[in-house]
Ligand binder design. Sequence first.
Ligand code: CA
Length: 397
Amino acid sequence: MRFPHHHRRLLAGAVLLGTGLSLLTAVAAPPAPAVASPPSSAYTLVFSDEFDGTALDTTKWHYRTDVKANSAQRPENVSVSGGYLNVHHRKESYAGKSYTAGGVVSKQRFRYGYYESRLRVTDGAGWHGSFWLQAGDGTTTYPAEQRTEIDIFENDSVNPTYTAQNVHLWAGSGAKAASSKTGSYGPSGFDVRQWHTYGVDWSETSVKFYVDGQLTRTTSYLPSEDTHDYVAMWLTSIGYGALPDDSKLPSATQFDWVHYWLKDAYVDNDGPASYGYTESGPWLDSSLSGWTVGSTTRYAGCSVAGAAATWRPTLRAAGTYEVFYRNVVSSNGDPAARLTVTHSAGSTPTTVNGRSGGTGWVSLGQYGFAAGTAGHVTLTGSGGGCARADAVKFVRR
Ligand SMILES: [Ca+2]
């Protein structure tokens, strides 16, 4: 099921249509229809920028300011006008380069969910337009915290007939953790100088790439392959590959809007502090690995009854969710850890054996939840072993 909705600029045009054809000439020719395309109704919009103002919203965005390949990136090259984020390309000497470009990097971090932007790249060789996900603040493309990189859209403008659709697995500071998962999309007649929407649905096990609302490529990407970390959205363009075609400068790569939709909620002991994990009683760092590469776990004092950990997501929409606890099994684990799910109809306890069986997600059942932070899971140690805390997920059903 899909939920197309027209961009509000088109709605404004439709309103004017009803008032008389003579007004049509006052309305700029609308670009091709924009489609917001979460893969199902279970997704909720939680971050967006329509770029409809006259200045960048710097509460949402850093500027990309690195110096890389053929250009230096400058805040001066980013503008918001005409309903677009414009990333300007210029021939000018700056920071040792002969060209400048730029872009924006979200201050907020995201993980799983559906990301989409409508964009078009410049006409003329030399520019690497991209809509992509990775940690960082724009000062470098190789931050120490760099792990997952997902290229939702990526093109070298010397060949405007394709978009790359890659997942890169980094270990930080430009070092690879594993081989990239590369692919591209470019059917006959495809032209990235025209407006298209590019989306990615990133989940715990896969990355699905969309173009104009159609699924074009799926790659598996498991939490055991690299850290599924919290990433920023990058909407950028830099000089890269073929030298720029000076006859086309100045030019710009344009972004009409960007949207992020969330479906499932993950709460992790080592996620951002504000993302809903808390403890009471004696807890310690464990050497046992968490659910994704680099994720840590905690354990309660092993003979202490009553130590508790709580996972409390911010659920973006009311609905039915299946709740899972990641059971980190060990020989000294708590054989009777008590997991209590608090939901719209009350609280439901489940006893989980943390001493035998395999480490992995354990379903605690499906329940109804309100939007917000009322729903939660609490782990209470029995005192008969080490209760262990890693992650809990709420999967929308
Ligand atoms: Ca963890």
